[in-house]
Ligand binder design. Structure first.
Ligand code: ZN
Length: 211
């Protein structure tokens, strides 16, 4: 199964990708992970990518495309893959089309209101550096070590709104996959396993509800 996961930041897409990966035995591929691996292994493409990242510049699309093509050509992708965070736009989607077929493009959606509620309840522990949440904390402190907690700048509601706008899944990308007959969408549920049940239903039945 060649699966593309789409969805806004905070929808729990990464968590679902991890579950699908473990339960279907497919590699979970994200561009962030591809960059890190290539840089760590000091590959030719990794060296070029690093020079952009070190200068605080975006990695050019052509290079990102090459890295993705290179990753999908590896042995562990023979029986399929989960591509998370790529393609981001129509030109990447058109590139991807030249290197592989796609069975399902699944969007895991969540309303902006719920994403903000979810992300803004997140806290970081200043002592053990682990993430926690208002729901887990004990007496206003980290439930693991009792440390003081703080809010990451990224998790402040006004910053979350900007991130959501910047990283929204584009309508033209959705239309592209609809036209190919592989698009499907679910709304993330309140907990991970209920969301996974919806995801699994789509994966087991294919992209039949292509609306
Ligand atoms: Zn802690």
């Amino acid at each position: 199964m060649r699966l593309i996961l789409l969805g806004p930041v905070g929808s729990g897409k990464g968590t679902q990708a991890g579950l699908i990966s473990a339960r279907f035995g497919l590699p979970h591929i994200s561009t962030g992970e591809i960059f890190r691996t290539n840089i760590k292994n000091n590959t030719e493409l990794g060296k070029i990518a690093k020079s952009y990242i070190d200068n605080g510049e975006l990695v050019p699309e052509e290079l990102t495309n090459k890295l993705v093509a290179d990753r999908l050509a590896q042995d562990d992708c023979k029986n399929g893959f989960i591509l998370d965070g790529y393609p981001r736009n129509l030109s990447q989607a058109k590139f991807l089309e030249t290197i592989t077929d796609v069975d399902i493009a699944l969007m895991i959606d969540l309303s902006e209101e719920k994403i903000i509620a979810r992300l803004s309840s997140r806290r970081m522990c200043s002592k053990c550096s682990q993430p926690t949440s208002l729901d887990w904390m004990v007496d206003g402190k980290c439930e693991k070590c009792g440390g003081e907690v703080y809010i990451r700048d990224d998790d402040k509601p006004e910053v979350i709104k900007v991130r959501l706008q910047k990283q929204a899944v584009s309508q033209e990308l959705i239309e592209f996959f609809k036209q190919k007959g592989v698009f499907n969408k679910i709304d993330a549920a309140d907990d991970v396993e209920s969301t996974y049940a919806l995801v699994k239903n789509v994966l087991d039945n294919g992209a039949k509800n292509n609306d």
